[in-house]
Design a protein around this ligand. Sequence first.
Ligand code: HAM
Length: 425
Amino acid sequence: MKKIQAIKGTYDILPGEVEIWQHIEEKVRYRMRMYGYSEIRTPVFEETGLFARSIGEDTDIVGKEMYTFNDMGNRSLTLRPEGTASVIRAFIEHSLDQKGLPQSLWYMGPMFRQERPQKGRQRQFHQFGAEIIGSPSPLVDADMMILFDDIVKDLGLNERVYALNFIGRGESRQAFTDALVAFLDTVEDNLCDDCKRRKATNPLRVLDCKVPSCREAVHDSERLPKTVDFLDDDDTRHYGTVKNVLHDYGVAFVEDPYLVRGLDYYTGTIFEMNCSGLGAQSAIMGGGRYDNLIKDLGGPDLPATGFACGMERLVLAIEAEGSVPDAGNWMDVYLIDPVGDNDSQERTAGYLKTLRKLGYTVMMDYMRRSMKSQMKSAARANAGYALIIESEEGMVSARNMGRSEQEMMTFDAFLDKLKNDKDTI
Ligand code: HAM
């Protein structure tokens, strides 16, 4: 019979790998709390129109990467390809603006994009992200970047540099777009078919094209206009403040006047962080300001800014460069029953119950295996102590696994010893 396997582009996170995920999740939760964000959890599927309207019809995500299906009521639904649209939908639906502004929200969970799987690119992947809704301040853009920088610093990533750009709003955006289209007219023959179309529908997308000949025609030209040359006074002031605050905090960034993002909702500051050593999929996070999205989705006219980090890529970056957590003593005690008959198993289970009630992490062997196998399991479980149940009632031999020292004592004396160990940590 053909074995059923995980779907291409999806994968299992097994014990041994999951610890690094838990480590990241802990750091994220800690920093989010510290910076004053509240967690929000939204469904993994939504009406398709939500993503089409927010991310943009002409983006790769909406055009070719969404998992879209009709449910039994013949409604078109889509597995969320990112978190921002759902957070904004929830913000509007629950009138969260009434609870005070700005609303600082964060989330973590699986996202789905039907991309060609490769290292750092999956079809089900995970993001954590944050959105601040309600404040137009450049300090908020910078604060968000500082927050993410802190998280990855906690995780031991030293090679941290943001790519930063400002794509302008309103008139300045239009002036840049006009100049870009005029430039694209001059290289039209060398554009790929998609970009010939994008030139008319969504010219900024051309800057993000991955087709080598198209990139060459566009990015190798010295005539390619720069977004920052078209900013108005407000834009320039906003962008300048973001850069000053980042300088003040010692957050490293390089300006990239050709940086654009793969989603259409951005309106001002945009940023990504790339990690060398991750190959083609080097962006571990991306984000920026999106001041029109809430209004465009039928909500109040409120500005917002946010980011999301790809956790699989973060794991790769940490494994390459960061501090992979020391598992520490995972179990306090592994109980070893050398006899394995019904009576001794029951006695061992009694000790297990006492230790658990006292709050210790503890395991026992239910397979009635040899003492040697049980000792191996204790080592594999990274136990602080292997506790051998002696045949004499109330007596145990405590083996300190780290020091390879063993001592016979009463169970009560062992409990004192454990307590002392904990107190001296
Ligand atoms: P994004 O740039 O599309 O932005 O995704 C953010 C991050 O998710 C990327 O930098 C990457 O690390 C990771 N990522 C994206 N696609 C994949 C994939 N197929 N496999 C593995 N990792 C992937 C957003 O999603 C925006 N919602 C960010 C945002 C929040 N902007 C404002 N607020």
